[in-house]
Structures are given as C-alpha cells and as structure tokens.
Design a protein around this ligand. Sequence first.
Ligand SMILES: Cc1cc2nc3c(=O)[nH]c(=O)nc-3n(C[C@H](O)[C@H](O)[C@H](O)COP(=O)(O)OP(=O)(O)OC[C@H]3O[C@@H](n4cnc5c(N)ncnc54)[C@H](O)[C@@H]3O)c2cc1C
Length: 373
Amino acid sequence: MAYELGRRGLEVCVLERRDVGLGATQASAGMLAPFIEAEHAGPLWRLGIRGLELYDQFVADVVGDSGDPVPYGRCGTIEVATDALSLARLERSASELAAAGVACRLVSGAQAIADEPHLSQQVSSALLIPSHGFVGAGPLTAALRRAAVRVGVSFRSRCTVSRLGPTPEGIEVQTDGGPRLSDVVVLAAGSWNDQVGIEDGAPPRVKPVRGQLLQLRWPAGPPLTKVVWSSGCYVVPWPDGTTLVGATVEDVGFDERATVAGVNGLLDAAREVLPVTTRAEFEGVRVGLRPGTGDDLPIIGWSHAVPKLLYATGHYRNGVLLAPLTARLVADLVLDASPDPILDTLAPGRFEAAATPLTGASVVGSDTSSVAE
Ligand SMILES: Cc1cc2nc3c(=O)[nH]c(=O)nc-3n(C[C@H](O)[C@H](O)[C@H](O)COP(=O)(O)OP(=O)(O)OC[C@H]3O[C@@H](n4cnc5c(N)ncnc54)[C@H](O)[C@@H]3O)c2cc1C
C-alpha cells in the first residue's frame, strides 16, 4: 500500500514496531491459489481472482522499481485425492471451475504420478489448475520496501503505535517515540489491530490464528514442479532447492512459538503425499499469526468513529495473494476515486460505519499486504 500510495504522489511514512515484514508475512508460503482457498463464486473467490489477475504486473513493477529479483512462478497446483471423500470434493470443484470458465483438468492417479513421479501411490485422482502459482513473500517484501523508498516512502521501524485519535488538524498518532499528526492513517497491524487504541470507537475484531510452516532442503532439487495440495498439507517447490510445507491452523492467541506437535503433524502429512520427504534435510520452521475475521474476509474501508482512519487488515490466509488488490483499493479510497463495489463486502461497516477521504497519509504496520498492499 505504501508503495502504491507513494507511486501516486502521496507523502507516506510507514510506522512498524518490529522491522518490515516480520509479522505473519515472514511465515507465509506465498501461494497464489484462489480456486482452492475460496468457496466457489463467493466474495473471497471473486477477491482472489482479482488479486491473481494483478500479480504479473505487480511483480514486474516491484522488480522494475527496486532492481531486486523476486521468486515468482505460475507453476500451477495439483490437488490430490487419496480417498472417496477428497475425490468427491475434487470432482465438485472441477465441475464448478469448468462452469466458471477456469482452466483445470481432473486426472487419474496414474496420470498424476506420471506428471509428478514422487507423489504417493495412494493418490487416486488429482485436479490440476495451471493459473495458480507462488511468490517469495520475504524477497517480495524486501523489494517492495526498496521500491517504496524510491518513490519517496519513509519507514520508522521499532516504532509502536498505541493510540489514534481525531484532532482538528488531522489524526494524532501516539507512538512510543512521541505523537505524530497525519491527514490519513491506514491501520494495517494484522493480528494486533485490536491492540491499537482508537478514540471514540473500537477497531473491528481481528483474531490471531497461528500457522507453522516448514522449510525442507533437497540436495538434488525439489521432488516436484507444481504446488501440491492434499487434505493434510500443501508443498510449495522453490527455485532455491527447498520446499515449504504448510501449514497448521491453531487458535492459540498471540503465541508465536513453534511446537513439536505442529512440526510432527506437517512432516507426517508431507510424508503421506510425498514419501521421499524422509530423505529431505530439515531447514527450519516459521511461525506467524494470520489476522482472522468473523467471516474470513479482509476488512478494507473507512472507520466511522475516526474520520480519515482507513482499515486494511484481516487478510487471514490470503494476505499475499490479495496484496496488489488491497493496495489499489486503499489508494483509490485515499485519493477519492469512485469506491469499488467489492468494498461493500469488506467494509468495517459490517463491524462499524464509513467516513470521508483526504490527501497526505501514514501507514501503521508493514509488509506485503500493509506496505504494498
Ligand atoms: C504459515 C502461514 C502461511 C501462509 N501462507 C499464505 C499463502 O500461501 N498465501 C497467502 O496469500 N497468504 C498466506 N498467509 C497469510 C498471509 O501471510 C497474511 O494474510 C498476511 O501476511 C497478513 O498481512 P498483514 O499485513 O495483515 O499482517 P502482518 O504480516 O502480521 O503485519 C502486521 C504488521 O503490523 C505490525 N504492528 C502490529 N501492531 C503494531 C503497532 N501497534 N504499531 C506498529 N506496528 C504494528 C506488526 O509488527 C507486523 O509487522 C500465510 C500465513 C501464515 C502464518
């Protein structure tokens, strides 16, 4: 968002209590898979499709403006079935996708294994969706930061925002480094959104949902070419010879610790779909708190309690996929462009009422979805 706002000529300062990208985003698998993540034809499905459509240009712009390489590929997903229940689900998805004109192929277990030889012999069927892909969330965040600086954005790390309140001159932003004044504030503090005090109102409810993700290294290179998705885990092949295996979904509050149970569960699930997993090297585990909402949809829109306060949070499992779209929606709102109808389903209004736009901006919280976007 900061990058997009900066490109549109606004003076932007990002306030981040850690360093850029060290929230949920550092743990993200970076998958771009709207047709698996979202219920058919629902609001998240429509959001995901729009997010994916923007990705090629978004990555090209960021790489162009930063000069940094970003791992990005539209390698497709292969979602596998190993029992009757998952097969029925794949068949339903395949017919819904075909009806929606989305390119996909339902293949037999033998064809899936011919395509990805390391898949388990238990695979009885698979759904291929070629438009899906992945992006390196960490390198993308670093490149976004560099690109944002080049369009005039400033960053204040280790700066915690405690309170936001309206004044006649704009919004007063209370930080541990003293107060600041801003024409507009975009609050994108992820799972910690509720911890920022809002004068005369309460921020919409965002809840932390822990996710643990493993990184495995394969000396001979990843044993697959596409993102594999099973009922127990997903496996993302990376160009650097590693794979990401994710992810747990845990309701444990603000606990960002990795657990043996989490790691074990993911290794078991990976072994089930890719038996060669036993030969991989264990590179590490990452943990992040996904910002969840009551309806699994992000919250993007104006606060009714504090004029000039814009929320952009609650991206739950799809913050990386929705980064370019969120950046565009937020910049359009700040610059008073005609609001996109999709915002009706995302408005804090479902938790709160909306307000009027203006010119300069500060962004609280920093990473792909909050910086871009
Ligand atoms: C294991 C895992 C796998 C995932 N895989 C995918 C995937 O494949 N594809 C996908 O699209 N998404 C994925 N996600 C989801 C995605 O990572 C999140 O939706 C996204 O990162 C959320 O971004 P955010 O900016 O809202 O939150 P965060 O990344 O958490 O950023 C919020 C920032 O705000 C800062 N902050 C908080 N409070 C304050 C304050 N008071 N003052 C200043 N700064 C503050 C925090 O330090 C943090 O840096 C995954 C998440 C996890 C955990």
